[in-house]
Design a protein around this ligand. Structure first.
Ligand SMILES: [Mg+2]
Length: 469
């Protein structure tokens, strides 16, 4: 006689085993299915994100007339920009830009080969790719995912971000004209250079007469005030005008003691390029009020996060035409302390290269919320500005004359190195800041006299008691 219990127990065991086998089978099947599904989804996505083509085009974008006069002295090569187009399997093309002779990284042929056929998302943070290729990958991936670039960079904390107008040093009249143009265009900040070869007092005084106090001029001295003793009286004089907004790098940034003295003595906030001195030293010694942040996407975010922890404002300095400026807006969206006006320099050019200008109102530009950069290329610029890529930085002969009111002149010629005038001033090999000093490019009139002065100045810059022209 079968015992019901034993019976049920005997028959239950195979049932449970069958159930467990079935469950295991289901789990294996489900795992296999989910694995298959995941692989398929990834394959589908990575198929969309595969880089199928990279094109690069060099443009020579002219400067507007007033900046052109000033840029012609030391940095005419800023007209050369390389656009980068990254096409993904999704059918989307991303746009990037490298200012060929002023950038943290020019994309190489090897970098282009490295990303071809690969998943674009894998390379977004690869700094070795260079500026334009990295930017184009961000634009392409964000467009494919139908999100703005800033969604790939972090959490949006700003809906608009401050922008600054930019110009190199120029005579006071030109500077005032540019400040007025900036103010008319909605800007409230103008970043420029403080140089011993221009009258910084006249520059600031004339701006103060022509523009309201809400319009700020930020002066970057690039070390040329040389030391705290000489810098402090000048900085204190200039800051009597409410239009003076920020001083950048008045003396060498490595001079921690000197910079601390300056910061204590002047009311105007002091900006320094992030990284020199080392960020921890800069923060521990409290040498500056805020930073200038530039570099690759990862470097900009890292610096921005350190600044946020230290509660220091900074401005973004990603330099190019409107294409780079558009990319910069997305960093401004996610970095809480990007509250000083960004320096993108796109105002230099006759065309921003975009389908529409970046609007600025009361100093602020809206963060784009469309896919990718939120701006596209104006396709007509390719035919208008395309040139063969220069094999090296173009180095046209330039002879520069610095004039003082007592008749002294200094003649300086391009040497083949960038910032050939700035370097002289940084080394103290040029008369220090004085009132009444001005500077011009001496046009090559084709005479032997010009060639002779040029040759002599190129060998070594020299001072004379009176003008040679
Ligand atoms: Mg600077």
């Amino acid at each position: 006689m079968r015992q019901p219990h034993a019976n049920s127990s005997r028959s239950a065991l195979p049932t449970r085993r069958r159930f467990l086998r079935w469950l295991t089978g289901c789990m294996v099947g489900a795992a296999a299915y989910s694995d298959w599904w995941l692989r398929r989804a990834l394959a589908r996505h990575s198929r969309h994100l595969t880089v199928v083509n990279v094109d690069r085009v060099t443009l020579k974008v002219p400067f507007r007339p007033v900046p052109a006069r000033a840029m012609a002295r030391e940095i005419p090569h800023w007209q050369y920009t390389e656009l980068c187009f990254v096409k993904l399997a999704s059918g989307v093309t991303g746009l990037g830009e490298t200012l060929l002779f002023y950038t943290w990284g020019v994309p190489s042929e090897a970098a282009v080969r490295r990303v071809l056929g690969k998943n674009a998302a894998e390379y977004l943070w690869d700094r070795s790719l260079g500026a334009g290729l990295q930017m184009a990958l961000f634009d392409a991936v964000a467009r494919t995912l139908e999100v703005p670039v800033h969604r790939l960079l972090g959490r949006q904390v700003h809906r608009e971000t401050p922008l600054s107008w930019w110009n190199i040093d120029m005579p006071p009249e030109d500077m005032v004209a540019e400040c007025k143009e900036a103010y008319r265009s909605g800007y409230l900040a103008y970043k420029t250079k403080g140089r011993p070869w221009f009258d910084v007092w006249a520059q600031v005084e004339q701006i103060a007469r022509a523009l309201p106090a809400e319009f700020k001029v930020d002066l970057d001295f690039n070390d040329t005030l040389l030391d705290a003793d000489r810098a402090i009286p000048i900085l204190k004089e200039l800051e009597q005008y409410p239009q003076v907004g920020i001083y950048e790098t008045p003396i060498p940034q490595g001079d921690v003691a000197g910079n601390k003295r300056i910061k204590a003595a002047v009311r105007t906030p002091i900006a320094m390029h992030y990284g020199n001195p080392a960020p921890l030293v800069a923060l521990r010694e409290d040498v500056c009020d805020g930073f200038v942040v530039s570099g690759s996407a990862a470097q900009v975010l890292a610096a921005g996060h350190v600044a946020a922890i230290a509660d220091k404002p900074f401005w973004l300095q990603l330099v190019g035409t409107g294409v780079t400026a558009a990319f910069s807006l997305h960093f401004g969206a996610v970095l809480s302390h990007a509250t000083w006006p960004a320096v993108n320099c796109h105002q230099l050019y006759v065309h921003q290269l975009l389908d529409r200008p970046i609007p600025v109102r009361r100093g602020m530009a809206p963060v784009p919320d469309g896919p990718g950069l939120g701006y596209t290329l104006d396709p007509s610029v390719i035919d208008r500005f395309r040139v063969p890529r220069p094999p090296r930085r173009p180095e046209p002969p330039r002879l520069i004359e610095v004039s003082w009111p007592d008749g002294r002149r200094m003649y300086i010629a391009n040497t083949g190195a960038v910032n050939f005038m700035l370097t002289l001033a940084q080394r103290g090999k040029m008369p220090y800041f004085e009132r009444g000093v001005t500077t011009r490019l001496v046009p090559d009139d084709g005479t032997e006299h010009w060639r002779e002065v040029y040759r002599r100045a190129r060998k070594e810059p020299f001072l004379t008691r009176s003008s040679l022209f």
